[in-house]
Design a protein around this ligand. Structure first.
Ligand SMILES: *Cc1c(COP(=O)(O)O)cnc(C)c1O
Length: 436
C-alpha cells in the first residue's frame, strides 16, 4: 500500500510514489530491466501511441523504475512532474531545447558548469540557439541581455568550484518580467539544501550522477517542472505547447496536459524520443537507492565541509577559502538566506601563490599527491572525498582571462567532501599542506 499520510522530506525520499502490493509485493522498489512492454490489445497500443492514454511502451521513453525515480525527485523538489534522462548533461540539453525552441535565445550565468558552457556556446550555437552569458550577480546584466527571441534564463543555485550562491528570487523576478521561465541547475545544492521552486524557479535540473546517486556508481539526470510557468498566457511565444503537435495530429500539449505536465510530455515524446538520451532502468534503480540516504549524507557532508573550511581559513599554506558558510565570504548573506541547512560540500581553496603558474602547478601537485584519504577524481557528490585541480582538469580549456573571471588560479584546488570521519580529512589535508 502507499501511505496517504502527509509526510516530510526524509520520509518522502524513502517512500514517495512507490505503491507496494503490486507484482511480487517487494518492499523495495523493483528494478524493471525490460526494454519494452506488452500491450493488452491492439486498440490499447493504438491509444498509447497516440498519447490518448499513458502507459509503458518502450524504455527509450520511460521505464517503471525511471518513473518512480521521476516522481520521487518531483516530490522532493515540490514539483508536479519530472523527466529522467541518461546524464545531467542530457537533462540540461533537453530542457533548454524544449524551452528555447528553434532560433531561441538563452540568457545564462557565466559561472555555469563547463559542460553546460560547451553545450550552449558551441553545440547550441551551431544549430542557431544563441546564448548571452552574464555575471550572475549582476541583475542589470540579466535584464539588459533580454531580446525579443529570449525564451529562458539559466543558472546554478550554487556554482562550482568557487561556490557562488545565486539570488534565485531576484533572477526569477527578472526572468518573469521578461516573460520567460527560470531554469536552475541545482546539482550542487540537492533538494535537501535548497528547493529553487520555493524561490521562483520554474524548472529544476540535476546531474543525478552526483548527490542524488551519492555513491559515484551511475550517471543520470533529471528535469523537474515546478508547474508555475504559464505557457498559455502568451501562446504565440510558445508554439511547441500551444499549437497542434504535428506528429500527434491535432493534439495541443497545453490543452491536453496543462501546467506542470506539458513540458514533460514534450521532452519525452520529442527530445528524448528523437535524440535518445534515455536513463537505463539499472541506473535509475541505483540512484533511487542512493536517494534514500540523501539527507543523511548531505547533512554530514555539509557539516564536515564547514568544519574543514573553517580550519583551512587559518592555515598558513592557504591564501583563500571559497566557502559561503564562512562569515567573510562574499555570498555569505545569500547562503544564510537560501541555505539554512548548510552550504554545499563542494568548495575551493587557493594555496599561497608565488605568482608563477609553473611553480604554482608544482605546489598544487605536491599537495594533491600527498593526500591519502582524499582522492584525485573529476567528480563531486560522491560518498568519498575528492579533490580536483580545475586549472589543469575541469577548466583546462579556459583562457587565462576566463580563468581569472571564474576566480580560478593555478593554486586553486576543488574539494568535494564525503562522508568519512571528518578528523581523518582534516589530518589528511594538514599532512599534505605541510608539503605545499
Ligand atoms: C556534473 C554536472 C553536470 C553534468 O552532469 P553529468 O551527469 O556529468 O552529465 C551538470 N551540472 C553540474 C552543476 C554538474 O556538476
Amino acid at each position: 500500500m502507499s501511505s496517504d499520510a502527509p509526510t516530510r522530506f526524509a520520509t518522502r525520499q524513502v517512500q514517495a510514489a512507490y505503491v507496494t502490493g503490486q507484482a511480487q509485493n517487494t518492499a523495495v522498489p523493483p528494478l524493471y530491466q525490460s526494454s519494452a512492454y506488452e500491450f493488452d490489445s491492439l486498440a490499447d497500443a493504438r491509444d498509447l501511441f497516440a498519447l490518448r492514454t499513458t502507459g509503458n511502451i518502450y524504455s527509450r521513453n520511460a521505464s517503471p523504475t525511471q518513473q518512480l525515480f521521476e516522481e520521487r525527485v518531483a516530490a522532493l523538489e515540490g514539483g508536479i512532474s519530472a523527466v529522467g534522462v541518461a546524464s545531467g548533461q542530457a537533462a540540461v540539453a533537453v530542457t533548454l531545447l524544449a524551452l528555447a525552441g528553434p532560433g531561441g535565445h538563452i540568457v545564462a550565468a557565466n559561472q555555469l558548469y563547463g559542460g553546460s558552457v560547451d553545450l550552449l556556446q558551441e553545440t547550441f550555437a551551431d544549430f542557431g540557439i544563441t546564448t548571452t552569458f552574464v555575471d550572475q550577480d549582476d541583475l542589470d546584466a540579466w535584464r539588459a541581455a533580454v531580446r525579443p527571441e529570449t525564451r529562458v534564463f539559466f543558472a546554478e543555485s550554487v556554482a562550482n568550484p568557487i561556490a557562488q550562491v545565486l539570488d534565485v528570487r531576484a533572477v526569477a523576478d527578472a526572468a518573469h518580467e521578461a516573460g520567460v521561465p527560470l531554469v536552475i541547475d541545482s546539482t550542487v545544492t540537492t533538494p535537501y539544501l535548497e528547493r529553487p521552486g520555493e524561490h521562483g524557479a520554474d524548472f529544476v535540473v540535476h546531474s543525478a550522477t552526483k548527490y542524488l546517486c551519492g555513491h559515484g556508481t551511475s550517471l543520470g539526470g533529471v528535469a523537474v517542472d515546478i508547474g508555475t510557468f504559464d505557457f498559455g498566457r502568451d501562446p504565440e511565444k510558445w508554439p511547441q505547447f500551444t499549437t497542434p503537435y504535428a506528429r500527434f495530429g491535432d493534439l495541443v500539449l497545453w490543452e491536453r496536459f496543462g501546467a506542470g505536465q506539458a513540458f514533460a510530455a514534450l521532452v519525452k515524446s520529442k527530445y528524448v524520443h528523437d535524440l535518445g538520451p534515455s536513463l537505463s532502468p539499472f541506473n535509475a534503480h541505483q540512484i533511487l537507492v542512493g536517494m534514500e540516504t540523501l539527507d543523511l549524507r548531505v547533512a554530514r557532508q555539509s557539516a564536515s565541509a564547514q568544519r574543514i573550511a573553517e580550519h583551512l581559513s587559518t592555515h598558513p599554506a592557504v591564501a583563500a577559502v571559497h566557502h559561503p558558510g564562512l562569515a567573510g565570504n562574499r555570498w555569505h548573506a545569500l547562503a544564510e538566506r537560501y541555505l539554512p541547512q548548510g552550504a554545499p560540500a563542494v568548495f575551493s581553496i587557493d594555496l599561497v601563490s608565488t605568482g608563477d603558474s609553473e611553480d604554482d602547478f608544482r605546489r598544487a601537485e605536491r599537495v594533491v599527491e600527498a593526500l591519502r584519504v582524499i582522492r584525485l577524481v573529476a567528480n563531486i557528490g560522491d560518498a568519498r572525498s575528492l579533490v580536483a585541480h580545475p586549472a589543469s582538469m575541469t577548466h583546462s580549456h579556459l583562457s587565462p582571462a576566463q580563468l581569472t573571471a571564474a576566480g580560478i588560479s593555478w593554486t586553486t584546488l576543488r574539494l568535494s567532501i564525503g562522508i568519512e570521519d571528518v578528523d581523518d580529512l582534516v589530518d589528511d589535508l594538514d599532512r599534505a599542506l605541510a608539503l605545499a
